[in-house]
Ligand binder design. Structure first.
Ligand code: C2E
Ligand code: CA
Ligand code: CA
Length: 476
């Protein structure tokens, strides 16, 4: 063999070796970050716990990057690649060689380390890993990184690598749900929550996909009463679900599940449709109901087709848009103030009213509220308790009402249960009240009866008539 062909053979061998090494590397590592990929991480984790001395506990930390998808949508892969590289770098320096790090999916990272569940220093070390990511910003948008982290321990929480990973993921989804910066520890109950949520989602989907939602979902109505006159100002539509096996499921349980999927769009359409039709019916019967309120979720508002869908409904069921009010909880303001302001303006442009719900739970500032053209403020029911007994509680309520007045918002007191509370609301000058004192949420037929009863006596007889109504109401 001459020198030249000898050299070629060497080159070929070298190339082959390189290719083989590359392939082996690709099989084991995530190419973008150089971290272990999911499969090899799981294999190593399984090895780590197999036959291990139970006193040497292992912590598995699961970290989700919550806003990665949004960054991708905004900036494409270049924006997210740089962010992911920063995450990997921060994780490496945070664990300082004392842990195994892997990447599960585009947005999920795993860290396995020796750490004890009830050792404070170890728990601080684990929290430190999540904290190390907190200052990171996406290079393209400069948005802060949003993470959710959970931890599960071997052998106290789980005995296999697979179960350990599953439980750490459950704990992380709990942290994401609560929007908490803390690393959430797995608890046995989480398994139950997740299974229940899954069941509810499947059952709701079945119902909406088969078009049988009218059989299982109903709308209950609760009146809003004008404090000064006792007249019925409006009604809030509240969804109810009766499942053949699960029985009554409360909206506080199934609405958050629906919000995490596209099901919430079916729900808002159903509620709007039913509420507008019932309103039309009462109108035909000559019953006075100036306003109907429907709850909407942040997930509804996020969609570009939401406002057009509301407008379409209002043309199908001809009701003046000014008689529809949409309630949206204060917490959405925190999520995306600009988008919220835009949607409110769009709704105002088609003539619909917007109320901010559960006000006071999130400390929304005056300046934020000033730039959003809202119509009403519903003061969260946690503030009403004790306003007739405690000076501080009353003073706080007065301040909230004064603030709303400055903003030219109609005030609605939520959760009014006692006559004493109503008396204070009158003195403070709150516009409207809603609560069990007047009427619990009831099905349409019962609400119709309520409307008849309430307005049966001649209208506008002032407070005396109103107190009389309350007395009969309670006696009934
Ligand atoms: P929310 O909008 O704050 O609705 C008021 C809740 O307070 C209702 O609970 C109502 O039954 C209850 N309530 C009314 N008066 C009183 C009172 O005097 N005392 C007390 N303790 N509670 C009172 P509900 O119907 O269980 O609804 C819970 C939450 O579920 C609602 O809170 C709302 O956020 C959500 N929700 C209900 N229906 C819908 C819907 O159609 N769409 C959406 N997106 N969310 C809905
Ligand atoms: Ca509401
Ligand atoms: Ca509320």
């Amino acid at each position: 063999m001459d020198n030249l062909s000898e050299q070629k053979l060497l080159d070929d061998n070298l190339q082959d070796a390189l290719r083989r090494q590359m392939q082996a590397y690709e099989q084991r590592y995530d190419m973008q970050t150089g971290l272990l990929n999911y499969q090899s991480f799981q294999e190593s984790l399984a090895q780590m716990v197999r036959g291990r001395d139970a006193s040497r506990e292992v912590a598995l930390v699961w970290i989700d990057i919550l806003n990665l998808r949004r960054e991708f949508a905004l900036w494409g892969s270049r924006g997210t690649e740089a962010l992911v590289a920063r995450v990997a770098e921060s994780l490496r320096s945070a664990v300082n060689g004392n842990a195994m790090i892997g990447r599960f999916s585009a947005r999920c990272f795993l860290v396995a380390m020796e750490a004890a569940k009830f050792n404070r220093a170890d728990r601080r070390r684990i929290q430190g890993i999540a904290d190390a990511l907190a200052p990171l910003r996406a290079p393209s948008s400069c948005n802060k990184i949003e993470t959710a982290a959970g931890v599960a321990f071997w052998p106290s929480d789980a005995v296999t690598a697979d179960e350990l990973t599953r439980f750490a993921s459950l704990a992380a989804s709990r942290a994401g749900y609560l929007k908490s910066p803390l690393v959430h520890a797995f608890r046995a109950g989480m398994n139950h929550h997740v299974l229940r949520d899954h069941l509810l989602e499947v059952e709701m989907r079945k119902c909406f996909e088969s078009g049988t939602e009218h059989e299982r979902f109903r709308i209950a109505y609760q009146p809003k009463i004008e404090v000064a006159t006792g007249n019925v100002l409006g009604a809030e539509a509240l969804i109810r679900w009766n499942h053949p096996e699960l029985g009554d499921v409360t909206p506080s349980e199934f609405i958050p599940v629906a919000e995490r999927s596209e099901l919430i769009h079916g729900i808002v359409q159903f509620t709007l449709n039913t509420a507008l039709r019932d309103m039309q019916q009462w109108h035909k019967l000559g019953l006075s109901l100036p306003l109907i309120s429907v709850n909407m979720s942040w997930a509804n508002l996020r969609r570009d087709d939401f406002v057009p869908a509301v407008r379409a409904r209002l043309t199908q069921i001809p009701i003046s848009p000014a008689r529809l009010e949409l309630e949206v909880t204060e917490s959405v303001l925190m999520d995306d103030e600009d988008l919220f302001a835009t949607r409110v303006r769009q709704l105002k442009a088609i003539g619909v009213r917007v109320a901010i719900d559960d006000f006071g739970t999130r400390y929304t500032g005056f300046n934020v509220l000033k730039r959003i053209p809202l119509d009403a403020m519903k003061i969260d029911r946690c503030f009403i308790r004790g306003i007739d007994r405690s000076r501080d509680a009353r003073a706080l309520y007065e301040t909230i009402v004064a603030m709303a007045r400055q903003l030219k918002l109609r005030t609605v007191a939520e959760g009014v249960e006692h006559a004493g509370e109503l008396e204070v609301l009158k003195q403070i000058g709150c516009d409207a009240a809603q609560g069990y004192l007047f009427q619990r949420p009831v099905p349409a037929a019962e609400f119709e009866a309520f409307l008849r009863r309430w307005s049966g006596v001649a209208e506008n007889q002032g407070i005396a008539h109103y107190n009389g109504q309350l007395a009969t109401q309670r006696a009934g």
